[in-house]
Design a protein around this ligand. Structure first.
Ligand code: NIG
Ligand code: FE
Length: 394
């Protein structure tokens, strides 16, 4: 029995074949039962019916890289960058201080505001990293907030422990001592509440060898790896991700063709963050080159207060097309199916029978409008697991 039937779809992006004109989608118990040409659609029955009146329909966005839970902002740092200052990652510690000092309820309120705006902009699943606690109790506070988002808001959440985001004040002269504490104290305690473990491999953050220690220990607790790799300099994070069979290597602004071959060979997804490169006024990651080498590419907001205070995947798609050189098809796939694949969510980011009913109706005739009209929220309705959760922005 169909619970929700979408008809009058002018263009349907399924990610399981080419876009279809004049299509319909049916959902039952939160899952897709039909996605195809209008003529063969099941009947409505007693369920809800929405006439899309020629609008385009795409899978919900899967935002595979965010630092969503933090307190405060860093507008001052942004202003300094506009005046010519370079980003070194040092500002992370000011967010750590604000986040440690914030109550769990305040952190939830701030993160929930961002998550609600993401949902309104079509995101149905989000990966959330810790990394602004950098001590066990504060990191656990961030994980609890992330899980509370999934409980109280209509959004899927995957969690990543990023204890190795930067060196906390307590260990400024002893980064190996901090790695010891991550491996011995933090990982065993946070692993039950985390899906992944991430390390920022960068000058001023952590070396490849330190990252290997953390990620190998994480694997013994059942956590797969994601790696902040080749963002500001070429530091070897991508090769490490390939060596460890990580789920993803992220950022990759400085990735080389050899890195691309290694990632493709090891089946590691590339999660690209054009908003961070844009806000840092740096060249974009080589998305077309990674695709040419056979790497699975995902796009993400990287939502964080330092390098990318971004919530809209539509805007990310536009940057990926205009500044990075992806086609609209590649960018929309990367923002939906690509993100899902990088998170091991095989039944997300695709509209076919059996997949989750995470669907976005755009108030536009095609997905090209996402790239073409970047400052407008083009989401008409967001549907999470077969339920309309955003009725109309437009
Ligand atoms: O993904 N690169 C490190 N982490 C974040 C920035 C965090 C911050 O500046 O607060 C990023 O860009
Ligand atoms: Fe990041």
């Amino acid at each position: 029995m169909t619970d929700l039937l979408l008809t009058g779809i002018g263009r349907l992006v399924t990610n399981s074949g080419p876009p279809l004109p004049e299509a319909a989608v049916a959902m039952e118990n939160g899952r897709i039962t039909y996605a195809g040409t209008a003529g063969d659609a099941p009947s409505q029955g007693s369920g809800r019916h929405i006439d899309c009146q020629g609008r385009a329909v795409i899978p919900g966005f899967v935002d595979a890289h965010t630092h969503l839970v933090f307190a405060g902002d860093r507008a001052d740092e942004f202003t300094h960058r506009l005046a010519g200052a370079d980003y070194t990652g040092g500002g992370i510690l000011s967010t750590v201080a604000a986040t440690r000092a914030a109550s769990e309820d305040d952190l939830f309120r701030e993160a929930a505001g961002r998550a609600r705006r993401m949902i309104a902009a079509g995101t149905t699943t989000v990966e959330v990293k810790t990394g602004y606690g950098l001590e066990l109790e504060a990191e656990q506070k961030l994980l609890r907030v992330a899980h509370r988002l999934a409980k109280e808001l209509p959004i899927g959440v995957r969690t990543t422990f990023l204890g190795a985001h930067t060196i906390p004040p307590e260990f400024q002269q002893d980064s190996d001592g901090y790695i010891d504490s991550i491996v011995e104290e933090m990982l065993p305690a946070v692993a039950p509440d985390s899906d992944y473990c991430d390390v920022f491999v960068e000058e001023g953050a952590f070396t490849v060898d330190q990252a290997r220690r953390v990620l190998e220990a994480a694997a013994t607790h059942g956590l797969s790896a994601r790696v902040h790799a080749e963002q500001l300099s070429h530091s070897g994070g991508a090769r490490l991700a390939a060596e460890l069979g990580a789920a993803s290597a992220d950022h990759l602004d400085r990735a080389t063709e050899d890195d691309a071959d290694a990632l493709a060979g090891a089946g590691v997804s590339a999660v690209l963050t054009p908003g961070a490169s844009y806000s840092l006024r740096k060249p974009q990651a080589p998305g077309p080159m990674l695709l040419d080498h056979g790497v699975t590419v995902a796009l993400a907001t990287d939502c964080n207060p330092g390098t990318a205070y971004f919530e809209s995947m539509g805007l990310v798609i536009s940057l990926a097309c205009v500044l990075m050189g992806l086609t609209v098809d590649q960018a929309v796939f990367a923002a939906t199916r690509g993100g899902a694949l990088s998170l091991g969510l095989d039944d997300h980011g695709i509209l076919e029978p059996g997949a989750v009913g995470d669907v976005v109706i755009l108030d536009a005739p095609s997905e090209t409008h996402l790239a073409y009209r970047p400052a407008t929220n083009l989401v008409w309705k967001t549907i999470k697991a077969g339920v309309v959760v955003v009725a109309a922005n437009a």
